[in-house]
Design a protein around this ligand. Structure first.
Ligand code: NAD
Ligand code: LMR
Length: 332
């Protein structure tokens, strides 16, 4: 058995928490030989439910789960965290303006960032799932000035998977044959799922799916998939999100196989003209446990315009949280 790993999950009594934790307990997250300590962080009103999930986790009699802890105190829950998955967020409710949503979430992610900064393990890796995921990442990182920017990511592997699945469905090719898909921008309807460099086996995906489909129905379906799931289920994606979290973590630790890449929201280093300091989804590969942007891809005018539109939304969100005064001293 290897060294135990501490996973802190926020919003642990929520839907994604419930789907994720039992897969962690079965060894799917970090492998069958890595013992895991789970620390669940919940809002006080959901502590009882979180304690119930902890009882069920005990009943899973997991061979990898060392212990499970439940708390509503971020300083307790992030103590020693090697990996922090932040799914606890305030959903938008009727009559709520976007600024209200950003402010309410900043009230959650700000204190969590400060706690992470002070008590998490030195090498902590943070994956933000709770929406608006990119801007929540910006907020949490701004309150954790001692944690390097490349340790923070926003989940866009779900969008990436949605894009791959659409290509598989259209071409009839197996998912394993579809590589080099990219999701650029915000985890929102402005995101740009991009097939310009994608391949199906050894062939360019565009030759098989057609540029018209790639620039039209494909983009709309992937970018609006979250809304379609909410409309159909009456609740947002849960199991597919948990799958994406597990894949994101697995690929970050083991790298993306072959000459493929994945997508993740990370602080821009200025690549592809995206201003530094925004958390944008890029094509990425893993190096030493952090995500590096894949360099040197050509962007035509259509791709450029789509990326710019999503980055404009990210800049708007950054301006909004700046104006609310909720960014911490470590704003990047
Ligand atoms: P949910 O409402 O079932 O669970 C959210 C949980 O967060 C609740 O249990 C709530 O008590 C908890 N919470 C609220 N404030 C908290 C705080 N201060 N500290 C700790 N926990 C707190 O929602 P869900 O279905 O599990 O989704 C969670 C989030 O993930 C939502 O914001 C959703 O929009 C987002 N999401 C993101 C993606 C993505 O791809 N990035 C995909 C699906 C869902
Ligand atoms: C998704 O992509 O399924 C979710 O982010 C949608 C949402 O608004 O929760």
């Amino acid at each position: 058995m290897s060294h135990p790993l501490t996973l802190t999950l926020t919003g642990a009594a929520g839907q994604i928490g419930y789907a994720l934790l039992f897969r962690v307990a079965s060894g799917e997250a970090f492998g069958p030989d890595t013992p895991v300590r789970v620390r669940m962080l919940e809002h006080p009103r959901a502590l009882k439910a979180a304690a119930g999930v902890a009882l069920e986790l005990q009943d899973a009699a997991s061979r990898v789960l060392l212990d499970v802890d439940v708390s509503s105190d971020p300083r307790h829950a992030f103590d020693g965290a090697d990996v922090a998955v932040l799914a606890g967020a305030r959903p938008r409710t009727a009559g709520m303006e976007r600024a209200d949503l950003l402010e309410a979430n900043a009230g959650i992610f700000g204190p969590q960032g400060a706690a992470l900064n002070d008590v998490a393990a030195d090498g902590v890796q943070v994956l933000v799932v709770g929406n608006p995921a990119n801007t929540n990442t910006l907020v949490v990182a701004s309150h954790a000035p001692d944690v390097p920017a490349d340790r923070f990511t926003a989940l866009t592997r779900l969008d990436h998977n949605r894009a791959v699945a659409q290509v598989a469905q259209r071409t009839g090719a197996p998912v394993a044959d579809i590589t080099r898909v990219t999701v650029w921008g915000n985890h929102s309807r402005t995101q740009y799922p991009d097939l310009r460099h994608a391949r199906v086996g050894s062939r360019p995906a565009l030759d098989l799916v057609g540029r018209e489909w790639a620039d039209g129905p494909f983009v709309d379906t992937v970018a609006q998939r979250g809304g379609a799931i909410i409309a159909a289920r009456g609740a947002s994606s849960v199991a597919s999100t948990a799958t994406a979290v597990l894949q994101h973590e697995h690929l970050r630790r083991h790298d993306v196989p072959g000459d493929d890449w994945t997508s993740a929201g990370r602080f821009s280093d200025g690549s592809y003209g995206v201003p530094e300091g925004v958390v944008c989804s890029f094509p990425v590969v893993a190096a030493d446990g952090t995500w590096q942007v894949v360099p040197g891809l050509d962007l035509d005018t259509t791709a450029r315009a789509r990326i710019d539109a999503s980055v404009a939304e990210l800049l708007d969100e950054r301006d909004a949280v700046r104006a609310l005064g909720v960014l911490g001293p470590g704003a990047r």
